[in-house]
Design a protein around this ligand. Structure first.
Ligand code: THU
Length: 160
């Protein structure tokens, strides 16, 4: 038996240490929590996607009385951006969450299904996506989606 350790690199920032572009993307995500439809969880998530043409598309979680029929904010924003600009790569994605009267102080972390969808966009355009997981105390920056999904199943996994 051999042991394989898989590491994830996370850059941890205070908000005011982030670039102006990343601060702006996070602000767009924060605006979106007001538009979330989250009557079941009370967990309001906002996401914003920056395309390489400079356009920003934002989304929020959309819940449903049949719970699995709802969709997370990241997927709403990403599918929205990809549907509008199917040929334009994604540069960056910011995610934030508001619950119990305040934004989360620790970074919000995406669910497994969202990680898989984000990975598809990254591989589709063959371009790393910067992922910004925002909390009021600290923001995690991952330089690509693969950092979030080790041992992933992707397009190339089908050609073996
Ligand atoms: N949710 C998101 O929108 N994004 C995440 O990263 C985590 C979870 C949503 C799904 C559901 O509407 C609510 O938060 C509680 O899980």
């Amino acid at each position: 038996m051999t042991e394989k350790i898989i590491e994830t690199k996370v850059n941890v920032y205070k908000f005011d240490e982030l670039s102006a572009a990343h601060q702006q993307l996070i602000e767009k995500a924060k605006e979106q929590v007001n538009k979330a439809y989250a009557p079941y969880s009370g967990f309001h998530v906002g996401a914003a996607v920056l395309l390489s043409n400079g356009q920003i598309f934002a989304g929020s979680n959309q819940e449903n009385s049949a719970y699995p029929s709802g969709l997370c904010a990241e997927r709403v924003a990403m599918f929205y951006a990809n549907a509008q600009y199917p040929d334009v790569p994604v540069e960056a994605l910011a995610i934030t969450a508001y619950t119990n009267g305040g934004f989360l102080s620790d970074p919000v972390t995406p669910c497994g299904s969202c990680r898989q969808v984000l990975l598809e966009t990254e591989t589709r355009f063959d371009k790393d996506i910067t992922v910004l997981l925002h909390g009021t105390e600290k923001t995690y920056e991952l330089t690509n989606v693969k950092q979030l999904l080790p041992l992933c199943f992707e397009k190339s996994s089908l050609n073996r």
